[in-house]
Design a protein around this ligand. Sequence first.
Ligand code: PXG
Length: 459
Amino acid sequence: MLDIINDTVDWQGLDAAHHLHPFTDHKDLHARRVRVITEAQGVFLRDGDGNEILDGMAGLWCVAAGYGRKELVDAAAAQMTKLPYYNTFFKTTNQPAVLLAQRLAQLAPDGINHVFFACSGSEAVDSALRTARVYWQTLGKPNKKHVIGREYGYHGSTTLGASAGGMEDMHRQAGDMPNFHHVLPPYWYGKGGQMSPEEFGVYAALEVEKKILELGADNIAAFIGEPIQGSGGVLIPPETYWPEINRICKEHDILLIADEVITGYGRTGKWFGSDYFGIKPDMITTAKGLTSGYIPLSALLVHDRVAEVMINQTGEYYHGFTYSGHPVSCAVALANLDILENEKLVETAGPKGELLRRKMIEALGDHPMVGEIRGVGLIGAIELTADRRTRKPFGKVGSVGTICRDFCIENGLIMRATRDTMLFSPPLTISEAEIDILVARFKKSVGQTYDKVKDEVAL
Ligand code: PXG
């Protein structure tokens, strides 16, 4: 099949004829040419026109181990040969799922020793929210079913995930189940006004407590939050935020769900963002970096205090997927964790991230359109601004970010734009020389963007 169609233009025509894409305005897509990615190695992608592109986003924040890892291919092939599929329903298990559950329990923060498998981050979030409600029902508190999330939160695209997330466009298109609430995100740069980051961290956490008091703690199942809000713009909370959230959830007897679909498995320089920020979650949702995106898999990590209620008191848990604990996915995850450990990719993500930020600051720290350069480990963001002194956004929010993102691609770099914030999250395998390429291509793109929009920027 791949040999029959040679011409990239033909692939594009076929794609337009039959393929519906996620998060896409199809009319707009069909008016231009879809990018066909054909192969990848290390941190570089190749497209159908032969361009080499540095993947500053690790796919969609997931390809932690980089592209072209034969170990993962071999693990999949060996497991497919031995046992390609069997389910984990009906009092049955498989060896890779058992080994992976044990390994994740070892890696997870203290007290988290139980794992439920699914295929995507959205399914992990769905499973966490259902588990939270089942937990409270089991304890005789069926009214505890409301969920508090944050504006700009992203928790996936199932109906529950979209409802828990704080993306208004998704709510508008049927992602708005009842009993979900959204509060101020701990986004100091955009929402902190005159407060110091530390003051604002406490202020944003107290917004959660305010919402709890308004709804009544007896009605609330859980608070859900990404340790760092990824799609929402790599919003890194001030260090005062999470300790206060720990206190609030504990005091009001509300489950704390850390959505670590992006921050899990080393992105922050720790195994989990919860380790980085000292979060005390009852459940952690993970996916992406677990298999470096080579095969779909997600894992919901469950604290003993929740698991023991489910195990000893709930009776049958009416939830699960055909592919829960898929043996091939779990085998790939085990091989991927080996890579992360053997190559010290978690430990080195911190210093590499420091280096990347230092180089970014050297290159762009004084640029009139750059308001803030932030990051933790190998996840970060650059705020483009109309006035760096006042942190003022551009008039038409998102237009400058889109221009910059398009220049990045022209210059051989994938970055993601949220509003006018440019995001990066490269493979954890990125080398110093590749960091230099990333920064140089980004600097050039910011320069070209500035040339186009400088009338809007205060000097
Ligand atoms: N939670 C978080 C924190 C995520 O980032 C999900 C849940 C859902 O995972 P699945 O596997 O169901 O997609 C995510 C996914 C982007 C982008 O452009 C981000 C995600 C997915 C697609 C695009 O930032 N994050």
